[in-house]
Design a protein around this ligand. Structure first.
Ligand SMILES: CC1=C(CCC(=O)O)c2cc3nc(cc4[nH]c(cc5[nH]c(cc1n2)c(C)c5CCC(=O)O)c(CCC(=O)O)c4C)C(CCC(=O)O)=C3C
Ligand SMILES: [Fe+2]
Length: 367
């Protein structure tokens, strides 16, 4: 076998009030995020007792992968490491090396291409190899982006169909319901430059300045709606892609519309209910439970709209099995499943893919 260990690679989060500010400073180091924004976000975390649920969710996912993968013929060990909180990559890689592993396959909890969701992880892993004194002693490859993999889409589509039916049971017709697929906003400069350089024109045509990042989200939303159409008779509600959790300096343009503005616009146009699908995220972490379940819900309720929020993939059995598919593609050249024409995405990023617009840094897993 080409790989001897798997790394569940994620973002990380604080697990106590004293960890909140150091965490936020780590996340935004060198990223030009104003101090006031950090103060504001720290209140979201402190309102939750200083604990982000993301690490507990990754522990649960790790346990689910460990219990399911042997049934899929994947017998190599699975480790877990984070970019921004313990267990940090360098410590985990040291442990993996001590346990005898030399060829690591990283699966990152980010379904889409962008500097934040792809290259930044590859830079952090390269830096961790240096920090752990493992340069040249260990290789790290990365599993492809999975925005249109059926294992990711199916649990979301099933719940979206159920949420549409519930709203119809309240007496709303399809044309009174707005479905909003929500994802993390990013600076437009990061959007335009997302994905492989050679395909930029194609992505711009599909998604304007959102680039490959937005094009992949539109593709994920389309295939989700296709699955929903199989479950619901009659006309479906309209859908759109919206953005949330904008950060950075107010003078820098980020992808829009913001979910709260989109809800207000929908209310102005006669919508009676909104269903938010957090398609940009794989678990119910702070961006989901704060920015959607609190803020977006308040916005909807202030306009007297019905509000529902669809699940994330989390530890749904289809998702865990889908991750096994993605890993089997790399271990045994298994069939590459993809529901949209944009996929299956490439196994390795080309030079210049999702560039770091500030500074060129070493990366792992480059084609
Ligand atoms: C594309 C994308 C994903 C999805 C891909 C992936 O999953 O990686 C993602 C995920 C996440 N983002 C998260 C948290 C934060 N993101 C921040 C800031 C930023 N995110 C950005 C983008 C993304 N972020 C960007 C362009 C910034 C500005 C700074 C910069 O240019 O890098 C900040 C700083 C404060 C603020 O300004 O909001 C925080 C605290 C958490 C953990 C939540 C928890 O703790 O439960 C998760 C999963
Ligand atoms: Fe973020």
């Amino acid at each position: 076998m080409k790989y001897d260990a798997i790394l569940l690679t994620s973002f990380g989060g604080p697990e106590g009030p004293e960890e909140v500010m150091p965490y936020l400073e780590r996340v935004t180091a060198g990223r030009g995020v104003p101090r006031e924004r950090l103060e504001e976000v720290s209140h979201h975390y402190l309102a939750l007792g200083g604990v982000s649920p993301i690490n507990e969710q990754n522990r649960a996912l790790l346990a689910a992968m460990r219990s399911h993968f042997p049934e899929r013929g994947i017998d190599i060990p699975i480790y877990w490491g984070n970019r921004n909180s313990e267990p940090f990559f360098a410590d985990v890689l040291k442990q993996m090396y001590a346990d005898g592993h030399r060829n690591v396959l990283a699966w990152v909890t980010s379904a889409y291409s962008s500097y934040s969701g792809c290259r930044q992880y590859r830079e952090n892993l390269a830096a961790a190899l240096t920090e752990a004194d493992l340069e040249g002693k260990m290789t790290i490859d990365k599993v492809r982006h999975f925005f249109d993999h059926p294992g990711f889409i199916t649990p979301i589509a099933d719940d979206l169909a159920a949420k549409i039916k519930s709203m119809q049971d309240l007496g709303l017709t399809s044309n009174q319901i707005s479905i909003m697929f929500a994802t993390h906003s990013i600076p437009t400069a990061m959007g335009v430059s997302s994905g492989p350089e050679a395909r930029r024109d194609e992505f711009a045509q599909l998604a304007g300045e959102g680039g490959a990042y937005a094009a992949q989200h539109l593709a994920a939303a389309e295939v989700t709606m296709k699955k929903v159409a199989d479950k619901i008779s009659g006309s479906l509600p309209d859908w759109s892609l919206v953005y949330q959790s904008r950060s950075g300096s107010p003078s820098v343009p980020w992808l829009e519309p913001d979910v709260n503005d989109a809800i207000n616009d929908a209310a102005d146009s006669g919508t009676k209910g909104v269903i938010i699908v957090p398609i940009g995220f794989v678990s119910d972490h702070v961006e989901v439970i704060w920015d959607l379940d609190n803020e977006a819900k308040d916005t909807a309720e202030a306009r007297s709209l019905e509000f529902a929020r669809v699940v994330t993939a989390g530890v749904a059995p289809e998702f865990v099995d889908g991750i096994a598919d993605l890993i089997q593609e790399r271990l045994s050249n298994a069939e590459k499943k993809a529901l949209s024409k944009l996929g299956p995405w490439v196994d390795a990023c080309a030079v210049g893919c999702c560039p770091n617009l500030r500074k060129d840094l070493p990366v792992v897993a480059e084609a």
